[in-house]
Design a protein around this ligand. Structure first.
Ligand SMILES: Cc1cc2nc3c(=O)[nH]c(=O)nc-3n(C[C@H](O)[C@H](O)[C@H](O)COP(=O)(O)O)c2cc1C
Length: 179
């Protein structure tokens, strides 16, 4: 059994990327894994202020006291981390970027994790999502032993429930099942 943590970073709860997260979660639970989803908009996460305190305490603490500490603890114990975002101007959402920056206070401890990436966009072309996946890869390239296990290209979905008319729900479910 693995511990799976899903980070859902759309401002729209029940939107396309969040729905894919739910399908992934159902699949992974069906496979017997322990799965938890964090919806970032429900959390109070301030921007990194670049104070550098974490660099002086061997990445064990942050100067800011908000909900990030609780999420970092979940990340530290997870074997698998799923990161999901809507595509905003061909990049990750602001919520996801703020979250990633705040991982600075523990990033050297986030070792040997498996990663899955989910992105949804109105653009119907898969290549259009590559820049967004590269944003995720910029983060994971800084983590020792990080392994990218899969990506879901949620192309051609604009309105909140467009995703329900696609095969992507099945793909997310099966990806979760195969964790
Ligand atoms: C601020 C904003 C910027 C967007 N930028 C893009 C974009 O650059 N390319 C694109 O294909 N879709 C873009 N979209 C559309 C969203 O990516 C699309 O609606 C996606 O399905 C949203 O995912 P969600 O339902 O999980 O929030 C944008 C939407 C918003 C609100």
């Amino acid at each position: 059994m693995k511990k799976v943590l899903i980070i859902s970073a759309s401002p729209r709860k029940g939107g396309n990327s969040d729905t894919l997260c739910n399908k992934f979660m159902f699949g992974a639970r069906e496979a017997g894994h322990e799965v938890e989803k964090v919806f970032l908009r429900d959390k109070n996460i301030n921007s990194c202020v670049g104070c550098g305190l974490c660099t002086t305490n061997d990445y064990t603490a942050c100067s800011q006291k908000d909900d990030m500490e609780e999420i970092l603890q979940k990340m530290l114990t997870a074997n698998v981390i799923v990161m999901a975002t809507p595509v905003y101007f061909y990049a990750i959402s602001g919520q996801m970027k703020t979250f990633i920056d705040r991982c600075c206070s523990r990033y050297t401890k986030l070792t040997n994790k498996e990663f899955y990436f989910i992105a949804t966009a109105a653009d119907p072309n898969r290549e259009a999502l590559e820049n967004t996946f590269n944003d995720f890869r910029g983060f994971t390239s800084c983590l020792e032993g990080a392994v990218e296990k899969g990506c879901i290209y949620g192309c051609g979905v604009w309105a909140k429930d467009d995703i329900t008319r696609t095969q992507l729900l099945d793909e997310a479910y099966h990806m979760g099942l195969s964790v």
